[in-house]
Design a protein. Sequence first.
Lengths: 255, 378
Amino acid sequence: MKIVVLVKQVPDTAEERKLDPATGQLDRESTDLVVDEINERALETALRIKDTNKGTEVVAMTMGPDQATQSLRKALSMGADSGVHVVDDSLSGADTGRTAATLAAALRSTGFDVVVAGNESTDGRAGVVPAMIAEHLQLPLLGSLISAEIADDGVRGVRQGEGGTLNVRAGLPAVLTVTERFPEARFPNFKGILTAKRKPVITLSVADLGVAATPSRSVVISTAERPPRAAGRKLIDDGDAASELAEFLVANRLV
Amino acid sequence: MFELTEDQRAVVEMVRDFATTAIAPHAAEWDETKHFPVDVLREAGTLGMGGIYVREEFGGSGLSRTDAALIFEELSKADPTIAAYISIHNMVVWMIDAFGNDEQRAQWVPQLASMEALGSYCLTEPGAGSDAAALSTKAVLDGDSYVLNGTKQFISGAGVSSVYVVMARTADTGSQGITAIVVPADAPGLSFGPNEKKMGWNAQPTRQVIFENVRVPVANRLGEEGTGFGIAMKGLNGGRVNMGACSLGGGQAALEKSIAYLKSRSAFGGPLINQQSLLFDIADMDTELETARTLVLRAADALDRGAPDTVRLCAMAKRVATDAGFNVANKAIQLHGGYGYLSEYGLEKIARDLRVHQILEGSNEIMRLIVGRLAVGA
């Protein structure tokens, strides 16, 4: 079985994340860039299949600038067999639509039985790219799963909905996305780290993929810095603090 | 030598992730309850930390001594005690890998490198510490076995370890009469003293190891008869660099806590860090650690290259780094005032743990003896 895991390099959530006011794009210089944690869980899901079935091939795929190759290296050190890096200057600032069209083309050319992705990234947080990819590829999407079983005859999983859980299944090939309910990823071991650079990484450009060089359909009109944190409001208990607190929570839609 | 390679950065990053998630959150509790976290050591083993600079053939990681120094510093930021035990274990595995024959390596290295089995190093005795060549535990050849009698003192991991590398006397010829013998934990006649109560290093057991007519096959001897003292000292060269690196990690953690504290604590109308004398303290701590780190990496590099001045550099690095680590941790307590004395702030533990690094694997006085004798050609 061939599983492609989509990984995205994002700014470390432990640090302050910034937009570049000139371009409206992510300021990659100001923070450490790491593999999005939810993608590591997606990779772990694929690696567990490989642990029990050695014939499984796990490919890590990313789209991003040159330094995004670091996130492929991390995935390879954890146990992925090979990497695919979609890199092209014309993709800078690509919106979700263009990202999905490009990744769908890369997936078509790479080939797969299953695509595993995170349900949403910690930076963009749109949460739509995997669904768009499934649409481009005319494949079933098993989204926002809290557990999954991947087998040669199909995938099944449990999807968390607002009103309850849904048991979902589909034949192969299929696209599935994992949530934080999936197990944490393993650490790469020393051997994995040292052999990662010997594993193959394919680089694909927009021209290689035959994707139309259309600009993104959505454009950033303006960005604004997050306002500095205002001082909080203190409730002094004169005997009615509880009801005041309850009113505050209701008024701010916090309950 | 001083710029990390891409691989080294990735190794350090992984060890940091592991140490901050699997070790740091539990370090205070393990110290308090004297818990030896064998399960966490096993996990470290699966990541390659059981045989860091052991050849890959039987399961080692095949990394360099420089890599090991970086790894131990990182582990020790989370907990000097656990880092130091892993260092001792690595010394034992390396001795078997470096001085054992292929049968011995095949028998012991795989289980030790994975940390499925733990190792202990048995040199010191109740009556022979710094004067290790005066050790009196005897190994008498009887047919195709050695019969061991005697007691080893201050043995890290004793009672839990599966494999004991024991330096024992096979002839009354001083340091030339010592032989290294591997003793498995299940050998009849092997027993252990009570877990010692101690100032620090509480998350690893320290016990006497007692041999009463313990019989092991001659095939368990590492190298030839009479070469044990040299094997023990070669193991310690690396151990000293690793222990230095462990001191750096503890010291660095104490420095970072101090910087954060001085920035957040206000007195006399502003943050404490605005007091220049305290800023100078931070500068001194940072400089002392960086000086020591430079020497530790230089000694590790000498070990990697088999340089002729390896023994001298390892002794210097051990002395400088273990002094630096303790001094910085002790200073950090002072900078934290009364809070530094509270266990909750984690500083007194660092100082308690690092204090013993100035004593073990050759006390710092013995390091000065080594360096002094080499300097004057005595």
